[in-house]
Design a protein around this ligand. Structure first.
Ligand code: R5P
Length: 311
């Protein structure tokens, strides 16, 4: 069997270290340099020839920097005669750019997928893409995991006798339903319209949340605009308490502090798919390193990964 070689970019060293610890393999060093003209250069510091190479890099803030770094790592691995290059992208930020919903805009999710493949990526391992169709933007195999098991494991220890799961929009309702099924709970969804990056409107909640302990579930929290709008509707509809859960806790600006301080919010739960900026007593960060390490191990050994992404 070809030797496994794991490199991590600069986006999330803690996650790379955790994944390597679970895999029981060393994390190979990468040297990143920036020239006076602002161009980057990466050098992979371990032999790649005929090796099974994994490059771990969530595409997170600063997105453009981390993306180019991953492209350069992939090109370097291919140029060093890697047998296979798998990009492990726990958060694929450009996934939100998945449709042409305004004139003369680019579908960035598709373009970035093409760039990754052009740079030498043979396979992608990722987590909770913004929408399922983003998977199809890649012309190479994609293993698309979710974090519902981790999130459900957390809430499984709670008193859920009065709980209901609420998705902010109909797009995520299917995943919210799968999550609710794991916990034996009912599900509701918001009728959401995004006006701009900073403004969303939720006109109604489909389902009865009155007097319930709500678990809000979304794929990501960025500025928190979506969740704040949903919390306002939930209060109007008489929800008793609100926990907020997501896979990708990006928490731009002061979103985390504002959310923790919001009336009725009991806790906030996310995973470490992206580095979580800041800390708060109400915040729990669950690790996806064991799931990603298991998937990497199965990919390397040619075993089925599907049981890891079954909803
Ligand atoms: C959007 O459709 C996603 O599912 C999330 O609701 C969105 O990305 C969250 O962004 P923000 O926190 O800025 O509203």
């Amino acid at each position: 069997m070809r030797e496994i070689v794991v490199f991590g970019g600069s986006a999330h060293p803690a996650l790379t270290a955790e994944i390597c610890a679970f895999l029981g393999v060393p994390q190979q060093p990468v040297v990143l340099e920036r020239f006076a003209n602002d161009c980057m250069e990466v050098q992979l510091q371990a032999n790649c020839r005929e090796r099974d190479v994994f490059l771990i890099q969530p595409i997170v803030h600063p997105v453009q920097e981390h993306l180019v770094e991953l492209l350069l790592m992939s090109d370097a691995a291919r140029g060093a005669s890697a047998a296979r290059v798998t990009a492990v992208i726990p958060h694929y930020a450009y996934g939100r750019s998945d449709k042409k919903d305004a004139p003369r805009i680019s579908i960035g999710g598709r373009l970035v997928a093409d760039l990754l493949v052009t740079s030498g990526v043979n396979r992608v391992l990722t987590l909770n893409l913004h929408s399922p169709q983003v998977h199809g933007f890649f012309s190479v195999p994609v293993d698309h995991l979710h974090a519902l098991r981790e999130l459900a494991g957390h809430f499984g220890g709670h008193d859920l006798s009065n709980a209901i799961v609420v998705s902010p929009d109909l797009g995520y309702a299917k995943s919210a339903a799968a999550f609710a099924r794991r916990l034996g709970l009912p599900v509701a969804a918001g009728a959401k319209e995004r006006i701009s990056d900073t403004e969303v409107r939720i006109t109604a909640i489909i389902g009865d949340v009155s007097g319930r302990d709500v678990i809000v579930l979304d794929d990501e929290i960025s500025r928190g605009t979506t969740v704040f709008e949903l919390l306002a509707r939930l209060r109007e509809e008489g929800a008793r308490s609100m926990a907020v859960a997501c896979t990708h806790g990006l928490f731009a600006g002061d979103a985390l502090e504002k959310m923790a301080a919001a009336e009725g919010v009991t806790e906030i739960v996310c995973t470490n798919s992206a580095p979580v900026p800041g800390d708060h007593p109400k915040l729990t960060v669950l690790s996806v390193a064991p799931a990603l390490a298991e998937a990497i191990s199965r990919i390397h050994n040619g075993e089925s990964v599907s049981s890891l992404f079954d909803q």
